[in-house]
Ligand binder design. Sequence first.
Ligand code: GAR
Length: 188
Amino acid sequence: MRIVLLVSGTGSNLQAVIDAVASGGLDAEIAAVGADRRGTLGVERAARAGIPTFVVDFADYPERSAWNDALGEAVAAYAPDYVVSSGFMRIVDQGFLDRFPNRYLNTHPALLPSFPGAHGVRDALAYGVKVTGCTVMIADAGVDTGPILAQAPVAVLPDDTEESLHERIKVEERRLLIETLRMLGSAR
Ligand code: GAR
């Protein structure tokens, strides 16, 4: 199973996948890691692990559709079985999704359909829910929509901050992502 992961930030989910592959816990090859901007820690983590990297910088494209096309080309060049958004904070268009039908996975730090968007942890905390969690899904062209593959709950503690809650969610998110990839790999 060949995987391309897309990152926008620190890439802690990516690191978990790198570690799972390295330890033999996940039977997969990370074909490449791509980012939507230069200088991400995620790309640095991949490079450190000897994984090919690419950047299709959103800022280099005057039109969103041109950026989407370029991203699709760059990802397709690695012929992935699955593409994983691991903290990739941009919505891709239908043209991109059509290249990888049912093969673009996304993770989100909330129990969808509650609290979609860029601030899933902050929004759940502000609402005052006592349980939140994480979701792994097949992404579609919406914001954190698409068929849900797996979810895990995480309790909100009385003195939680956005950071402390997100850290606990990420522990579950990493486990869930790897479990889901394992399941998809063995179903092939
Ligand atoms: C993850 O919690 C991921 O679910 C979230 O960004 C974090 C990235 O962490 N994504 C979204 O909120 C998408 N709506 P990482 O860069 O350390 O893997």
